[in-house]
Structures are given as C-alpha cells and as structure tokens.
Design a protein. Sequence first.
Length: 303
Amino acid sequence: MGMTNAIELTGVDKTFGKVTALRGLTLDIRAGELTALLGPNGAGKTTAISLMLGLGAPTAGQVRVLGGNPRQDDVRRRIGSMPQESALPPALTVREAVELFARFYPAPLGTAQALALADLGSVAGRRAGALSGGQKRRLAFALAVVGNPQVLLIDEPTTGMDAQSRQAFWAAVTDLKDAGRTILLTTHYLEEAERAADRVVVMNAGAVLADGTPEQLRSQAGGARVRFTSDLVLAELRRLPGVDTADVDAHGHADLRTRMPEALLTALVQQGTPFTELEVSRASLEDAFLSLTAAQAPKDVIA
Ligand SMILES: Nc1ncnc2c1ncn2[C@@H]1O[C@H](COP(=O)(O)OP(=O)(O)OP(=O)(O)O)[C@@H](O)[C@H]1O
C-alpha cells in the first residue's frame, strides 16, 4: 500500500455468470483527492464501487481500501457510501434517520452538521417517505457523511437534484475535500465533474480507458472546435491546415475539430473565403469523453 493511495484496485476481474463487468481493472485513488469516474452505461463503475465497499469479492485481483480489505468491519466503518438508489427508512423523520445512522459509527458528525452539509435543515422534521426525489438524494448524502468517513464513495450524486441542490452538494463535497477526505464519485454530468474534480478516470468495458486531470483529458481530445458558415464544401474544409474532423451541412454550416485553431483561421482569412458566424470553442470534457469512449475496445488505453 503506497502511503498516498486511499484505494488500490489491482488486476481486478468481476464476472456475474457470463457477464464480465470488470476486466483487469487497475486503479489507484490518491488520498485527499476528488476523483470523478466517468464511463458509458455498463462500463463497470457501479461494480467497481461495490467492490470498494466490500459488498462483493473480486473474481480475481485485489481490492484494498485504507490499507485493508473493505470486507472487514473496521475498514468498512471508515468508508461512507451514497448508492445510486438508497433504501431510506420511510417512517423516520430526516433528523431521526441521521441520528440512527450516526450510532453505527465511533466518531460521527453532529446531527446538525450532517443536516447542514446536505442542506436539509428546513426539512429535518419531515418523514423520509414524504421527501421529493432531490431531497431523498440529499438525505442519502447526509447518511453517507454522518459517520465522518475518511473515504466517500458516491454513485451519481446529483441525479434528480435541482440547480440549487446541486450547487449545495458541490459546495459540501468541496468542504469535505478541503478537510482531507478522499472522494470518488461517478457522474454523467461532465461539466460538474470538470469543475470540481482533481482527476478524471474514464472507464469502458470494465477497464480504465483514460486517466488524468480534466485539462489533460481535454487536450487529448484535440484542442478546439471551430464553426462558421461559408461556401466551402467538405473537401475544401478538409484541406484547411490542422483539421482533424470536418462536417458541413446543406446550409454551409461547417463544424471542425482542430488542434491548431490559429493556423486554420489564418489560412481561412488568407485564402479570402468569405465566412460568417465564426465560433471558436475549447474542446469540452464531453468532447474528450465521447472521442475516447467511441473507441470501443479497452486495448485503446491511452493512460
Ligand atoms: N449483479 C449483476 N448480475 C449480472 N450482471 C451484472 C450485475 N451487476 C452488474 N452487471 C453487469 O455488469 C456490467 C457493468 O455494470 P455496472 O452497473 O457496473 O455499470 P455502470 O458503469 O455503473 O453503468 P451505469 O452508468 O449504467 O450505472 C453491465 O453489463 C451490467 O449489466
């Protein structure tokens, strides 16, 4: 166990009958970092998290969390989890549920603190069964953090949350990170991941496809997207310098990807082609994600 890794998966396979959910997954999660785990549906994100929670054993390979086996109680008690769908005790009030969960842990947060972190103060007296979808997600978050865990594993936290709840959630996660917690979360909201995460791991077909800072992944996707309207046909667009991909529709709306936007625009101006509606944007994390996972096979590992 390296001192700085909170989680280490080494050569992990996980099969369910004929389905291979994880295929030689090797992944180190550094202590004190916020890592976002991305990947298309079925990539194996939830399966990987369930092994980190000790909810199952790997078919092959090793899973270590905080230096131990997450299937042991003393390790498990130091991990907080927010599953995709959590069974909440419907008859208890929000406050009672948080108090109940706090009792399972040796050094829990105060109830008020956990409620505040999850922005639940105003509905503390409401029964869990009567909460809205977004409020239920927030209660699941409160229950994940009330044990004051060293490691937090969160599966699609913001699904169903409104804009204000999402903002409160990211603020709370950032506070926890600043307090030295290790946080791993899965999300389909790439913009949110990009803003908050120290590191992004993209999984596909049960293995790691790419791994780096949001900035590194964006630059792997190829610098910029250039859009404009002109008379140029596809073949002419493709001849512009530095074009990686080109598309044009019947109205002359061109959509190009390039790692050399300056050279491309200089050539466009120099050849005297009239154009309108110019738009240059940086490749987004979504562009990076899509171009990475478009390559289906895990042999395309680039990290
Ligand atoms: N208990 C199970 N029994 C059989 N197959 C399973 C089981 N759990 C997961 N799988 C399969 O393993 C693969 C990986 O699933 P997993 O839920 O880990 O993906 P995911 O990346 O979390 O997807 P999503 O983004 O849709 O949540 C899928 O093909 C899934 O059908």
